[in-house]
Design a binder for this molecule. Structure first.
Ligand code: PMP
Length: 327
């Protein structure tokens, strides 16, 4: 594939059969390997799409400032677009998010403001409020706003979903994915259900988030999924079932996917794989399941990939020692 710049290399990620993680006869599971995008995550797609659409509509022009509140990956997507197309990029990023994401953002030229993780979404010190405040203060500054921007779902409806259908040769019977803004799961689900209403959409959501039910808001270590409010980009009416998850099994499944399938994925991929494991014994024979693996190992080298970090947080089952996981 030859492209005119790196942004045109976003998408067309491989759909790879999972061979070892699940042992259910007559059920096929495929991973959409979004960690293979140029910036390392599914969010490259919407970073680029939001910039393109805003340019097309005349809302932004090169030289303007793009400010985005993000758990990091959308920031990397926008910073990638900013580096290539000539925008100044400012990212507001909760403290919880990995240093690795900050390093990549800085390398792409983005300015970074860290905000308190515990801040409620509407608190004045939250990453969302700070971004909105800055956009009012700085000239020619815009928040593209992944939480409400239609280009978010649209990128997945037009491209991610269509790529899966093309590569599988059909709409799968099940889609399993986590939700942050909800753009990925909503955009793909909308396309799948239009073409095949029987397709079941399974959302995976950490305990401590309200997206998949419950009202208890709390902290957890997996990055990029779950919220204390319902973003506009998430259409919950498309989700047939939610599976609540916790950190330890998420990290264990991510590390198993790396060790057993060679998928160099991140923590929220583990959350989605845990979701697959929860449903796989209950799906009809002959089913095809697609699971989204949103980002990669690079973001978590000093976190999920570090046995000492896992041990300190007592995530014993996720620790890989001498090539075996403790039971
Ligand atoms: N996993 C990771 C690592 C992410 O960064 C994100 C985006 N916040 C998601 C999953 C969820 O994607 P979406 O915002 O499209 O729901």
């Amino acid at each position: 594939m030859q492209t005119k710049n790196i942004l045109e290399a976003i998408g067309k990620t491989p759909l790879v059969k999972i061979n070892r993680l699940f042992q259910k006869q007559n059920v096929e599971v495929y991973a959409k390997c979004e960690f293979l995008n140029p910036g390392g995550s599914v969010k490259d797609r919407i970073g680029y799409q939001m910039v393109l659409d805003a340019q097309k509509s005349g809302r932004i022009k090169p030289g303007d400032i793009l400010i985005e509140p993000t758990s990091g990956n959308t920031g990397i997507g926008i910073a990638l677009a900013g580096a290539v197309l000539g925008y100044r990029v400012i990212i507001t990023l909760p403290e919880k998010m990995s240093k690795e994401k900050q390093v990549v953002l800085a390398a792409l030229g983005a300015e970074i403001i860290r905000t308190p993780t515990e801040a409620a979404f509407d608190a004045p010190e939250s990453h969302i409020s700070i971004a909105n405040k800055l956009a009012k203060e700085l000239p020619n500054a815009h928040v593209l706003d992944q939480y409400a921007n239609p280009s978010n779902c649209d990128a997945h409806y037009r491209f991610t979903a269509q790529e899966i259908i093309d590569d599988l040769g059909m709409v799968p019977d099940y889609l399993v994915a986590g939700a942050g803004t909800g753009g990925t799961i909503t955009g793909i689900a909308r396309k799948f259900k239009e073409l095949k209403p029987s397709c079941k959409i399974i959302g995976c959501d950490p305990v401590g988030s309200i997206l998949g039910g419950g009202t208890d808001v709390g902290t957890y270590q997996v990055e990029g999924i779950g919220y204390d409010f319902f973003p506009k980009a998430l259409d919950v009416s498309l989700i047939d079932q939610w599976i609540k998850t916790t950190d330890e099994p998420s990290f264990k499944w991510a590390r198993r996917a790396i060790r057993e399938e060679g998928f160099l994925c991140g923590g929220s991929s583990g959350t989605a794989l845990y979701g697959v494991n929860e449903i796989i014994d209950h799906v009809p024979s002959g089913s095809k399941i697609v699971v989204i693996l949103p980002d990669g190992i690079r973001n978590y080298m000093t976190k999920m990939m570090d046995n000492d970090w896992l041990s300190k947080l007592s995530f014993k089952e996720a620790v890989l020692k001498n090539n075996v996981y403790s039971k």
